[in-house]
Design a protein around this ligand. Structure first.
Ligand code: KG4
Ligand code: ZN
Length: 323
């Protein structure tokens, strides 16, 4: 079964075709218009999806060498409602026109299953650390559709913290890749930023962000590279600390790390060197939003016989695990 996957929940307009042999095409257009505003402007994002989705879908079909797929999958949430609606309406209209099944995909399920697109894939059950611009959470993944939330952020998501620090330092947007690059040349021990540790497996990054702001506005300001390196060391310490606890509490060693922040150099390096875990990471290009993870996840659900009605609406606040 060849599945067209459409992703438009935030600022990536993406489409891909996935079949039994894996990814046949994967086209991602990252919207540049938001850079001027230092963050995603929802209305502009929706309009840009409207502008680009047609050619993106065409390119994905051409890349796979097909005129039409056997089914269409699309992100139905969570995300910016206007943006989600654009992809969802395209997907449902195409499914109706082609007379093929449609399936609605949860964006985070797409992320947490994305390591399964690789040759070396995690077996069930596994833990998933999803770290993106909108979410930071650890799930226990039992089987397809069976996910238990073990802990999540109480305030900012890790990617959001990166973006805010980049903005504070005037590095541009999106901030994650810029902070990551600068951190490479800095001293991670130059400033000792806090490692907030709320109870259980929860995360908190807003205190860390405030500590960075106080440092930047203080009398003994370090270089941007040292600030980035010290901030990044704190973020990765927090993520790996919670992950280590989750492994100890559940006894599950297999760990998938996914979402935009999983593209981070230090997180990838340190997670891969963990002796307590068997870590599965998608390639960097599949950490950030893409259509392949949506097509793949939709395909897994379609294989179980699942279909969604064309009356399915956008679900901006969709909770993972609910239908
Ligand atoms: O998964 P994603 O593409 O979109 C959401 O679902 O949110 O994640 C985007 C987030 C942004 O906050 C971006 O700054 C962050 O991922 N990011 C990174 C890196 N690359 C992207 N954060 C840290 N290091 C990176 N290399
Ligand atoms: Zn995402």
């Amino acid at each position: 079964m060849l599945v067209l996957g459409i992703e438009s929940s935030c600022d990536e307009t993406a489409a891909a075709v996935v079949g039994p042999q894996g990814v046949l095409s994967d086209v991602v257009h990252t919207q540049g218009i938001h850079a001027a505003y230092g963050g995603v402007v929802p209305e502009l994002a929706a309009r840009a999806h409207l502008d680009k989705l047609g050619v993106t879908i065409r390119a994905a079909l051409d890349g796979a060498g097909i005129d039409r797929p056997d089914a269409v999958a699309a992100t139905a949430g969570p995300g910016l409602i206007g943006s989600v609606l654009v992809g969802l309406c395209w997907a449902k209209a195409l499914a109706l026109g082609w007379g093929v099944p449609f399936v609605a995909v949860h964006h985070l399920e797409g992320h947490l299953l994305s390591p399964m697109l690789e040759e070396r894939r995690p077996e069930w059950p596994f833990l998933a650390l999803v770290v993106s611009g909108g979410h930071t959470a650890i799930y226990r993944c039992e089987s397809l559709g069976q996910y238990t939330l073990l802990g999540e952020t109480l305030d900012d998501a890790a990617g959001e913290a990166y973006d805010k620090i980049a903005r504070l330092l005037g590095l541009g947007w999106p901030g994650g890749p810029m902070v990551d690059r600068l951190a490479e040349t800095g001293d991670p021990k130059r400033i000792s930023f806090p490692r907030p540790a709320p109870a259980g497996l929860y995360f908190s990054f807003s205190g860390l962000k405030t500590a960075v702001r106080n440092h930047v506005n203080g009398p003994d300001r370090a270089s941007d590279a040292d600030i980035c390196a010290s901030f990044q060391a704190a973020v990765v310490d927090c993520l790996l600390d919670r992950l280590g606890r989750a492994i100890a509490e559940t006894g599950i060693r297999r760990v998938a790390i996914a979402g935009g922040v999983a593209a981070n150099r230090e997180l990838r390096e340190r997670a891969s060197n963990l002796t307590t875990a068997d870590v599965f990471l998608p390639p960097k290009s599949r950490c950030t939003d893409n259509g392949a993870m949506i097509a793949f996840t939709g395909r897994l659900h379609l294989e179980t016989g699942h279909r969604d009605s064309l009356a399915t609406g956008a679900r901006p606040g969709w909770i993972l695990g609910s239908r």
